[in-house]
Design a protein around this ligand. Sequence first.
Ligand code: SF4
Length: 289
Amino acid sequence: MIITIDKTAGFCPGVHRAIHKAEKELEQDNELFSYGSLLHNELEMQRLQNDGLRLAEKDDILLLNNKKLLIRAHGEPPETYMLAEKHGVELIDATCPVVTRLQQKVRRAAEEMKKVNGQILIFGKQNHPEVIGLAGNAMDLATIISSTEELHTLDLSRPVRLFSQTTMDKDHYNAFALSLGEEIKKYQSEPDFISYDSICDHVTKRVPALKRFAANADVIIFVSGNESSNGKKLFAICLEVNPKTYFISGPNELRTAWFEHVRSVGISGAASTPLWLMENVADKIKEMN
Ligand code: SF4
């Protein structure tokens, strides 16, 4: 049986960098705090927590005087930085550089929109940490939106700058931007509307690569934490291409029956799935056969 691990699976560069920063800090100091999980993978988080990573809630910042707090790849709004400074918390900033550039772009657009009574729209998920960070940079001008059904709630007679959460689906974003542009024409004779496609390249390239990978093996084992929305989305794509795709969060969930009369197995995973976990899954499959 040939077992192949998907080279394009696993941490995106932003998450990889955040974990590396956390590991480096934990080598020097056995305590480091982070707001929520660095990534949606229970086993990888467990590994980091065993090394001293502690999860903190937003209100805990008041109690972290002289402690280190890691900012995740998703980034944080400016108020978090101000609060940390006020309470003597040392920040280890692991915001993904792609997200940092986007936050700066949103801020510049918000400054421009402020002068003309305009608005910022963020195509993304309510309450997603990255979206909260982006909205926090928009000087109270941001509305978070995820579908054309919500357009009637907006005042489209005012100028609009549209951005996207970096992990949204590109086709959905493009369709949304098109509809929004058409709708704005009804309210503005000379539309003041710019759509910034701010979806991460890594996310965009991942789907076609995954489809190719899923089509080339008899069975696909998709490894992801149960909480990862990216994992659920990529699993559904794999399943569509290859009906013999199975979702597991760890090697113990593998079933012998999946590999009967199978010649090739592909192992893939979400952007939060560590390589070591996919390797463990590969080893377990070898043991089972
Ligand atoms: S912007 Fe891209 S590389 Fe950065 S954290 Fe998001 S998905 Fe990962």
